[in-house]
Design a binder for this molecule. Sequence first.
Ligand code: NAP
Length: 289
Amino acid sequence: MSSSIKSTIKLNNGINIPVIGLGTYLTEDSDIEQSVRSAIEQGYRHIDTASYYKNEKKIGDTIKQLIKEGVVKREELFITTKVGTWQHGYENALKAFEESLEKLQLDYLDCYLIHYPGTYSELPKGESMSSLRSKTWKALEKLYNDGKVRSIGVSNYTESHLHELLSQCTIKPVMNQVEFHPYLFQESLLNYCKSNDIVLEAYGSLAGGNEILTEPVVLEISNQINKTPAQLLLKWAIQNGLIVIPKSIKSERVIENSLLDFEISQENIKKLNLLNKNKRFYWDPNNVN
Ligand code: NAP
C-alpha cells in the first residue's frame, strides 16, 4: 500500500482526503506557524484543528500567507475543524461554524466534525444529550447542503453513537475520528465503520508522545525494518485502513512522520494488533449516553 504524502482515499461522498494530515492539538500560538508552514512546504495538504484548540486564527493566517507566497492553492488543501463540546445544538453549531470559518479565513471547509458526542455544559431543560447531538448533526447537514462544507463527520463516536446517528441522518458521516494506537486497537469499531463505509481517522497515533514510542515490540519491529517508532505506528494505522494526523511542532518530526512509503509485513501488523490493552490516553466516550 503506497502512503506517500500525496496519497488520498475516497470518502463515501466521493471526495478525496489525504491519508496523512497534520494534527494541531493545543499547538501554541508561538509554534503553530512553524508547524503548519513546514508541513505544507513538505507536501502535507491536510490539516486538522478544532475550535477547542484555540489556534484556528493562527492557522488561518499561516495558510493565507502560504497561498499568497504561491506555496499552495486553497483547493489543494483539506482543512478540518470541529464543533466544540460547548457548541452542541442546531443554532449553536451553525454559529460555531461561522466563527471557525472566520478565524480560519476561509470561504468553505473541507470537513466539519462533531468533536465529542457529549457536553460538559448544562443540558437545556427537557433536552437529552441524544436529542441535542441529533440537532447538532442537523446543523452539519444544513451546512453541507448549503455548500459551505465539502464533508461532515463525527469524532469520538462509539458504535452505539454511530448506530443512533445512522438511524436518523439524511446524510451519512464520512468519518469518525477516534483515539487509535496499538494499546487501543479498536477492532470492532473499525469493522463497524468499514461495513458502513465510514472512514476511521486515528488521533493520538503516537499516544501524544507517551510510552507507546518505547514499547519493546514497537522498538523491536522498527529496528528490524529500519524505521522510527513513530513511522511504524503511523504506517500500522494506515495499513489497518485508517487516516493519520500526527502532530509535531518540530520540522524534522513533521517530515519524519510523512515518510511512510514502506510496507509492514502482515506478521508484524498482527504482533502490533496484539498489543491491545484498551488503554486510553485521552477522553472516554463510552459513558456518554
Ligand atoms: P500524537 O500525534 O499521537 O503525538 C504528538 C506528540 O508526539 C507530541 O508531543 C510530539 O512532540 C510527539 N511527536 C510527534 N512526532 C514524533 C516523532 N516522530 N517522534 C517522537 N515524538 C513525536 O498526539 P496528538 O497531537 O494528541 O494527536 C494527533 C492529532 O489528533 C491532534 O494534534 C489533533 O489534531 C487530533 N486529536 C483529536 C482529538 C479528538 O478528540 N478528536 C483528541 C486528541 C487529538 P513534538 O510536538 O515536540 O514533536
